[in-house]
Design a protein around this ligand. Structure first.
Ligand code: ASP
Ligand code: MG
Length: 421
């Protein structure tokens, strides 16, 4: 069996869903588990819905629900023309359950409510896709993943209960009742059947979990890019596609901020040596990128750009050296505010940490640090990471940049820079 993952962009319109059907026709005999995200930008829209709901902004909530409904209705009208089709009714009923849920009063816990509401995006998208595929003769079973993937109750960042999920998943996905299953990414549930989510962009991770548990031959993530590129075309001209990358390289690229693959996705695949293909849903006949247990000698340098960085310099008030007890306090504050460290370096008298400028979090963190330390910081910086760097790649990214800090580790270099003048 194999696992396919279709993200939001690959199912953002009626045509896009039809294209999913065309892709599946290329695999007429394969056993496939299809993991799908919410359609288009629906998860962002659902986050707004949660926010209106939680803060009881009734008017805005109503409008946002209406917009989500219209968006999905547009797709459904395209896929199932004519109001007689039974799916229209099914959709109305299902959407109604969400509206009823949003008519209640919110509970105290924001993250809990988030996880009860945002996954409607995935539920609706899989219902539409499953019904459409059945309609065009690609028989499949719609599957509620919450019955099989079990997690703890850390809402919005739930941790999978692997032993229990394995047992339940293996029992269900036997392919005796169907050649194809259509199910939701990003979503799981507690043992008490309360819905949880695995963190934004978590659908890739779901695909990897299912592949790991079911021992898939391979996983394919269908994307709107031809594969993994060596840089984000938003920041960089002349990008090249990486044809093959090792699991190790994929983990490092994701870790440093390359947005193609969710960092958590690789490990479950690597542990079972399951190949991952990143392919274009626009040109499914093309090779894409293979991520696997690979070795290669031609190392293509990759570039990762993290914008809007802040470099914080922390030194003790009493001019003591940065010692273990200070470090404990410092890390404690980062943990408390949930701020990810992008780079750090300590010298005898100061500790420097680069973070992304999430304004509220960064402000609160710095306020806390200032209680115990002397703190200075610089904003408006860029963090550039180059994997497999050499002097020419450094020169290339340093054009018109002033170097603030540089750190090398094996094949990686990280440069904190600011625009010149
Ligand atoms: N729909 C979720 C999100 O947008 C999960 C995913 O697409 O991976 O974050
Ligand atoms: Mg995605």
């Amino acid at each position: 069996m194999i696992v396919f993952k279709f993200g939001g962009a690959s199912v953002k319109s009626g045509d896009a869903v039809k294209n999913v059907g065309d892709i599946l026709k290329r695999y007429p005999r394969k056993k496939i588990v299809i993991v799908v995200s919410a359609m288009g930008k629906t998860t962002n829209a659902m986050e707004e819905i949660v926010d209106h709901f939680f803060h009881k902004r009734k008017k805005e909530l109503k409008k946002a629900i209406r917009e989500r409904k219209d968006f999905h209705l547009g797709i459904i009208d395209d896929l199932f023309p004519g109001k007689e089709h039974p799916f229209h009714r099914e959709f109305e009923e299902f959407f109604g359950t969400m509206e009823q849920r949003l008519d209640k009063d919110p509970a105290m816990d924001y993250d809990f409510e988030y996880d009860q509401i945002v996954p409607y995006g995935e539920m609706i998208s899989t219902k539409i896709i499953s019904a459409y595929l059945n309609e065009i003769g690609i028989d499949n079973l719609w599957t509620d993943i919450r019955k099989f993937l079990k997690s703890n109750d850390t809402y919005r960042e739930a941790r999978i209960d692997w032993p229990l999920s394995s047992e339940l998943t293996k029992k269900n996905f036997t392919f005796k009742d169907s050649r194809i299953y259509v199910t939701q990414g990003f979503v799981a549930s507690t043992t008490n059947d309360l819905t949880t989510t695995l963190g934004r962009e978590g659908s890739d991770f779901t695909a990897a979990i299912l592949a790991h548990i079911l021992g898939a031959e391979h996983v394919t993530i269908w994307k709107d890019v031809p594969g993994v590129l060596n840089a984000d075309p938003k920041w960089f001209d002349n990008t090249v596609k990486l044809d093959r990358i090792s699991f190790q390289d994929a983990i490092e690229l994701a870790y440093y901020g390359a947005s193609v693959i969710h960092p958590k996705t690789i490990k479950p695949l690597q542990n079972k040596n399951i190949n991952l293909y990143i392919k274009s849903f626009i040109k499914p006949e093309e090779e894409g990128t293979l991520v696997g247990n690979l070795e290669y000698d031609k190392l293509v340098p990759s570039f990762i750009f993290n914008m809007d960085q802040v470099l914080i310099r922390i030194s003790p008030r009493d001019f003591s050296f940065i010692a273990e007890d200070n470090l404990e306090t410092i890390f404690g504050y980062f943990y408390k505010h949930g701020v990810k460290i992008n780079l750090m370096r300590n010298t005898a008298i100061s500790f420097q940490i680069c973070i992304t400028n999430n304004k509220r979090k960064a402000r609160n963190l710095i306020d806390d640090l200032e209680k115990d330390f002397k703190v200075t910081y610089e904003t408006g910086l860029e963090l550039i990471t180059i994997r497999y760097f050499d002097q020419s790649t450094i020169d290339r990214v340093m054009i018109n940049k002033e170097l603030i800090l540089e750190q090398t580790y094996k094949q990686n270099i990280q440069l904190i820079v600011r625009d010149k003048g």
